[in-house]
Design a binder for this molecule. Sequence first.
Ligand SMILES: NC(=O)c1ccc[n+]([C@@H]2O[C@H](COP(=O)([O-])OP(=O)(O)OC[C@H]3O[C@@H](n4cnc5c(N)ncnc54)[C@H](O)[C@@H]3O)[C@@H](O)[C@H]2O)c1
Length: 454
Amino acid sequence: MRKNSLNRRQFMHIGAGAFAVGATAKFTLLQPHLLSAAARPVAPSDTIRFASIGTGVRGCELLEATLAVPGVECVAVCDLYDSRHDAGREAVKKNVPGTRNYREILDRKDVDAVIIAVTDHQHRRIFEDACAAGKDVYCEKPMSHTVEDGFAMVEAAHKNSRMVQIGSQRVSSILYAKAKEIYDSGKLGEVTFIDAYWDRNSPSGAWVYPIPPDASEKTIDWNTFLGDAPKRPFDPVRFFRWRCFTDYGEGLAGDLFVHLISGIHFITGTTTVAERAQSGGGLFHFKDGREFPDLIQTFYDYPNFRMTLRCNLNNDGGEFIGFYGTKGTMIIKDSTLTYKPQDTRPRPEGYSVIGWPRKLRNEYLSKWEEEHPMPAPLASRVDEEAEEYTVPPGYSDIPDHQANFFNAVRTRKPTVENEIFGNNAAIGCHLSNFAYFNKSIAVWDAKAKKIVKG
Ligand SMILES: NC(=O)c1ccc[n+]([C@@H]2O[C@H](COP(=O)([O-])OP(=O)(O)OC[C@H]3O[C@@H](n4cnc5c(N)ncnc54)[C@H](O)[C@@H]3O)[C@@H](O)[C@H]2O)c1
């Protein structure tokens, strides 16, 4: 037998496709990089003064996260529900002024930037007004409530030359940065399929939020909350569980698909919208008057790959994205990233020859071996090339995402998730819902900037 060639037994194993990549992986604990966002200490004169418009659950989370970001100062909070002024102050640990009227904040010359953390149906109006007032904007995801809203917001940002960051924070995660590095290295080969899910099984996961005892028409500006949505009598369920209703939210697609799409667009460098989408699902458990399904799955066609996304509120599966390439597989599962190479060494077709008599089979395999000499490095196993990465305990990508925004405000260098990126990701959510509710294929008409039935 030639030197460096495999023996007959190994050869047969290769032929049968059983030469598996090993289970052991090189493990790396990733290091946080928040402070690198503000390359050097920030001079007091460079402090960015900002206000949060919307201090509900997310507004408070973001305000708290700003405490870790160097060189920023919260100077006001705004919300339609009075108790949330206090919640905002508590989150930012500062007794800043609170108002129901965001225009008071936009009129202030000493405010450089605003966080918009209001219900999705209010994003457009506040975003447009903030841009017109010369404020830079961190706007929560999904950027838009409708396709039309998204393009109007892009126009407002461009017309007023504003720095914009949309709030899908995975895009700033150290785990996703590593995933992008692996993807860009070409180690996965050609990636033709991506699947992702975000499953959770709890009242919180399904937005069954309690109504605070002081909620009333006195403490909440209900009419302003409705905005352009159809007029209705005061309804605290709609105010606090707005994600369940089409007038204000986009259900699971707007809440969770947008994170998955943003992460996938970031890692793959995708700058387009999917060409078409098909959805299925249903409402199985949370039959509480909501207008969205508690299970939804969408199959998307992108020019270079296909993708499925799923959210299921009836099983606690966590967060997952899989990238399937011709040379390897990359999986993000919650806070862990794994890369597993495939054995792409040349191999004979060895399955069908099981049905050949031994003599013919051996002749075929010998001939194949003669015709495919294997260079030495390829002859060794590839176990050690598998990789695993995780984030340090307690790591959060929220301050990283904010640091990226505030640094961009200071330097005028691009943000990681600007209005075009955010608009594309949000259109992915709208495609999913369009296909689900119309029970038809949703086709993206890029020229008309519209979703149409396929
Ligand atoms: N990036 C993430 O992981 C993440 C997580 C949660 C929520 N979000 C997003 O953040 C936004 C807020 O979600 P939430 O969970 O905090 O909702 P929430 O209901 O807890 O808070 C929304 C607040 O917006 C206020 N609001 C609405 N219209 C307003 C207006 N015109 N002026 C002032 N305040 C107004 C309401 O009074 C309410 O208190 C949504 O867009 C949501 O999708 C993002």
